[in-house]
Design a protein around this ligand. Structure first.
Ligand SMILES: Nc1nc2c(c(=O)[nH]1)N[C@H]1C(S)=C(S)[C@@H](COP(=O)(O)O)O[C@H]1N2
Ligand SMILES: [Mo]
Length: 405
């Protein structure tokens, strides 16, 4: 299939083949992935039958929740589109899009309501940015005690080069009126039950107009896969993916704080350091989830790996700063007593994954390798895991236990 970047000419529709692949949905398990979760069932089938997707870990088929197999992150800082994770809340999702009829409406508290075709969008100035898209519940399966929700391993994240138009440029064309408070985004997906709340997210007007928030039509130089929000998705650099509304076709400027279910009830975190609280703790102030925190991972060694003693072992991985760049990545092989700075790879921008590597010489026995990212705001990953009832914002320092022989 040709999935070229639409900037060159125009969008290509995704038609019936994709639709039928989604409708049949039946998983054809090729093999099994083990996520290393502490309490949840650990095995998941690896499937290849989703449109525009390669081998993915199947968390759920309707709606599709597909996790990126972790070894993909060892291949480079950009996550290939066909391995990029997928998450939808409702099972009624777009399975084909008529690119000639598609319209993006911009309405509400504006001077001039708009109905924009994809050609209108392509005519606006093009911008590009590398940014990590991470589900709020990435790594939820590691929460102890266990919490309800998709029991993700660490693969509900990905990094891409996004291209599209500034949301600011679109809003300026409509003319945001004085008194506007938030901008609400809605996509082509729909609730499966009549009274189910349609998935919508909102950003404060100043945030929406910061010039960084983007309506993306391309991902890694290709148009977006259907499952990742074709033809247009919001990119909110540094913020959790819940705000990155997919297949956006409606933008409403509102003159009040959005109180729809997905803003007011769902996606709330304790307003405490690291969004941490005690199970059963009451009276904790809850706020909408927002900026991401730094994380780092070893990608070339798994727990249980056997490495050679008394010779340099190349340890490498990825890190990201959350809502700012990566200042440094440090490794420890003595349980966090001493740390060594890793060498950082190319800087693809402050919202991107960044590669790091460090040769370590280890003594015979067992070694717990710990990796820690400090971001450019000097925020460091915590040494102890956080806990909250939704399983959000895990960013504890990761430990990979290896056997040195
Ligand atoms: N229209 C729409 N956009 C959505 C969602 C959704 O259910 N519907 N889920 C959000 C959540 S919670 C996540 S984690 C990301 C996942 O993005 P991806 O599937 O491209 O990886 O999409 C976000 N955008
Ligand atoms: Mo999410």
């Amino acid at each position: 299939m040709n999935t070229r970047d639409p900037d060159r000419r125009r969008f290509l529709g995704y038609a019936a083949a994709a639709a039928s692949a989604l409708a049949t949905g039946a998983a054809s398990a090729q093999s099994i992935a083990r996520l290393g979760l502490p309490s949840a069932p650990d095995e998941r089938p690896i499937v290849t039958n989703f449109p525009h997707k390669g081998a993915m870990i199947l968390q759920r088929s309707r709606p599709p929740l597909l996790e990126t197999p972790f070894e993909v992150f060892d291949q480079g800082v950009f996550t290939p589109n066909e391995r990029f994770y997928v998450r939808w809340h409702w099972a009624v999702i777009p399975t084909e899009v008529n690119v000639d009829k598609f319209r993006l409406s911009v309405r509400g508290h504006v001077n001039q309501a708009l109905s924009l075709s994809l050609a209108d969008i392509l005519a606006l100035p093009r911008v590009e940015l590398a940014a990590v898209n991470q589900c709020s519940g990435n790594s939820r399966g590691f929460f102890q005690p266990r919490v309800a929700g998709g029991e993700w391993g660490n693969g509900a994240m990905g990094n891409a080069r996004w291209a599209g138009v500034r949301l600011k440029d679109v809003l300026d064309r409509a003319g945001v009126k004085a008194g506007a408070v938030q901008v609400r985004f809605n996509g082509l997906d729909q609730p499966v039950v009549a009274d189910g709340p349609d998935f919508m997210k909102s950003l404060d007007v100043e945030h929406a107009r910061d010039g960084e928030v983007m309506l993306a039509y391309a991902m890694n130089g290709e148009q977006l896969p259907l499952l990742n929000g074709f033809p247009l998705r919001l990119v909110v650099p540094g913020w959790y993916a819940t705000y990155w509304v997919k297949s956006v076709n409606d933008i409403e400027v509102i003159d009040h704080a959005d109180d729809n279910f997905w803003m007011k009830v769902a996606y709330k975190i304790p307003d405490t350091p690291h969004a941490d609280m005690k199970p059963g703790q009451t009276g904790v102030k809850m706020v909408p989830i927002n900026k991401m925190a730094p994380r780092s991972f070893i990608t070339n060694l798994k727990s249980g790996a056997v490495v050679a003693a008394n010779a340099p072992v190349r340890v490498r991985g990825i890190a990201f700063g959350g809502d700012s760049g990566v200042k440094g990545v440090d490794l420890s092989s003595d349980g966090g007593k001493s740390w060594q700075a890793a060498k950082l790879g190319a800087d693809e921008g402050k919202y991107s994954f960044r590669r790091w590597e460090l040769p370590l010489t280890l003594d015979k026995g067992e070694a717990a390798l710990m990796v820690r990212c400090t971001n450019s705001d000097s925020v460091v990953q915590p040494a102890t895991p956080n806990w909250n009832p939704s399983g959000f914002m895990r960013n504890v320092i990761e430990t990979t236990a290896v056997v040195v022989k």
